[in-house]
Design a protein around this ligand. Sequence first.
Ligand code: 2NL
Length: 340
Amino acid sequence: MIKEQLETIAQVAAQAFADVRESSELEALRVRFLGKKGELTAILKQMGKLSAEERPVIGALANEVRASIEDKIAAAAAALRERQMQEQIAQETLDVTMPGKRRPIGTQHPLSLVLDEIQDIFIGMGFSVAEGPEVELDYYNFEALNIPKNHPARDTQDTFYITENVLLRSQTSPVQIRVMEKQKPPIRIIAPGRVYRSDAIDATHSPLFHQIEGLVVDKGITMADLKGTLVTFAKTLYGQDAVLRFRPHHFQFTEPSCEMDTMCFACHGEGCRLCKGEGWIELLGAGMVHPKVLQNGGVDPEEYSGFAFGMGLERLVMRRYGIDDMRLFYENDLRFLNQF
Ligand code: 2NL
């Protein structure tokens, strides 16, 4: 009787496990056959009724049935896991041949583009790039550069003062004074950066603009070094056939001082709209560093001499690309920026 019941359970179980589709179904079946209140357990509880001869035979059979059910559970669980894995793989398939999403790529700002080019030219001639604070002491911006208080060259109207002694630098010369204070000659640096003047904004003026200054200090530096360096710079930037000239000028911080012009690339000296009828375009100002300025930087003017120069970046870039309004540099309009 028990033997038949066990055989029936084995048959029913074989059938039941064959079409398990969910792990919850599998668990339900395990409880149904092997649980404390399960079918197999129920039968085993009747073992007591058996004779001493029957008991080991039925016991062995019961163990066999239990083992076969456990095997079936394990097999069904493995089949379930395999099926779930296959479903997941099918779901997560990547089509690696699908085209990617195009993301917009930024461009370099025209001011950075030309500044990089200029820096490369000077680095190629052995210069280093120096930086310094934009909020400066009056001393470094004016006093040390031989522009005393109340000197007309100061034009307090044009400078942003924060306190009586602190201001937004109006040129990058203060960086170079700081380098002289810290570093013994030979000095070969350029100092590019933001400078500030209290100007109303229009096509050719902005309260924030950019300057590149340069300074060379060593024993025996002369005007010939100044000319050689600046002509090499201009010809590298504008082409070897650029025609250049030097004119005398005046700056407080250099003596003698000069300006360098290039013959107009548009009219070749004839005079046109670009050069305002002059035939020449002003590129930069320069000169031999004033002995007082060397002294202020802690450099002995009896032992050393030097030259310095300065140019406005915006004007250079505007000419390079034919840009007629400075405000375009600061508005960050992508229609403008994407052209570079
Ligand atoms: C210009 C002219 C110039 C300098 C800047 C300078 C700096 C030191 C000492 C002496 Cl530390 N000079 N700078 C010299 C000559 C001209 O700039 O037109 N800039 C826009």
